[in-house]
Design a protein around this ligand. Structure first.
Ligand code: GLY
Length: 369
């Protein structure tokens, strides 16, 4: 058993800890108890996670004398929607969850984002604890306070910034993920190295293939990713500048997810991985970074067994113009101009709105074979 690692997100009176380690779910009552004004919590989770982890969480709370009730929502991206948000908020109101209470979000990015938004608007703000159960949620979505739901117009277009009071990232629960889901989350881990830490990317090249079976390495990768995210969020909580770098690969990735109907054809982290490879291709084509850098990104994604090109996505994709149109819904668009996270090299990302459609089209066309 590894010792837990704590990363603090130092946001003044909204500062909180992200605790990363083994066995945290079974010990959740002890971690949550100091936050409670009364020994009672509401849990929101999804059907898949409830089957795997809800009994352990309930037992951990009971062991500390904390009463709990759980709302179990359908699993999947479709849950980040107005109907499920309404259901969640009304359920919390029926349970008379008060402002000084705490809600537990047990699940992946969908549950964390939905519950975070629900409690942001519930009585104008109720505290919550994130218990992320996917690699993606542990390294990205549970930290930093972005919450929200999707619209038919695009992903995450409705939401609020609302920081959790605590994040408990139990790396043991990642053992229950399918290899594909684990790798999808790895797309976000690799993103951190690519955007701002070349040494971390080198470490991932050496150790990435062993993360799924080695708890110590996995904890190190999660903790390093969270520490990078905490630093960025602390410097730029509401994404006025630097935080946009966390969207490396996402302009392409979101468009591809939309083009594949948010289906099993492409998971979010897979879209991010392909998007990172495309962002490096684009940067090299614009003469911003050396030609070897996109080859290195591609080689690492291939070594991990991850999709890295458009041709790795099963089925037919829309044409280049349609993909570029889908990118137009990106939240980084300003005055109708697409803004991309590009790179001067591995670990050196920056935001640019100087991308010509013709260059973009050539990069997309090349990635189709
Ligand atoms: N997932 C990107 C961010 O939190 O800013």
């Amino acid at each position: 058993m590894t010792d837990p690692v704590t990363v603090t997100v130092p946001l003044g009176d909204r500062a909180y800890e992200v605790r990363i380690g083994q066995g945290l779910l079974a010990d959740a009552g002890r971690h949550v108890a100091p936050l409670l004004a009364r020994p009672r919590v509401a849990i929101v989770t999804d059907e898949v996670v409830a089957r795997l982890h809800l009994p352990a969480l309930e037992a951990a709370l009971r062991a500390e004398g904390i009463a709990c009730e759980a709302l179990v929502l359908p699993a999947g991206e479709g849950t980040k929607s107005w109907p499920q948000l309404t259901r969640c908020v009304e359920w919390l109101l029926e349970r008379q969850v008060e402002r000084r209470d705490v809600v537990l979000a047990l699940g992946g990015g969908v549950i964390g984002d939905l519950v975070g938004f629900a409690v942001a608007i519930l009585r104008r703000g109720v505290r919550f604890v994130q218990l992320p159960t996917t690699l993606l949620a542990q390294v990205d979505s549970s930290v930093g306070g972005k919450t929200g739901i999707n619209s038919p117009h695009g992903k995450n277009l409705i939401g609020a910034f609302h920081q959790p009071s605590l994040v408990l990232a139990d790396i043991d629960v990642l053992d229950t993920l399918s290899p594909r889901d684990f790798l999808s989350g790895y797309g976000e881990v690799v993103k951190y190295g690519l955007l701002g830490d070349a040494d971390f990317f080198g470490w991932l090249e050496a150790h990435g293939p062993d993360l799924a079976r080695d708890a110590g390495l996995r904890q190190r990768a999660v903790a390093h990713s969270v520490a990078m995210k905490a630093g960025i969020v602390t410097r730029d909580e509401t994404e006025q500048g630097e935080r946009a770098l966390l969207n490396l690969g996402h302009t392409f990735g979101h468009a591809l997810e939309s083009a594949t109907g948010y289906s099993d054809r492409l998971l979010h982290g897979e879209g991010v991985a392909i998007g990172c490879a495309l962002a490096f291709d684009l940067s090299a084509r614009m003469g911003l970074c050396p030609q070897e850098e996109p080859s290195r990104v591609l080689a690492h994604l291939r070594a991990m067994g991850m999709p890295a090109r458009l041709s790795d996505i099963p089925g037919v994709l829309p044409d280049d113009a349609a993909l570029i149109a889908l990118m137009g819904q990106d939240k980084k668009v300003v005055d109708g101009r697409l803004r991309f996270v590009l790179a001067r090299g591995i670990g050196a990302a920056f935001v640019s709105d100087a991308v010509e459609d013709a260059t973009l089209t050539r990069v997309l066309a090349d990635a189709r074979h």
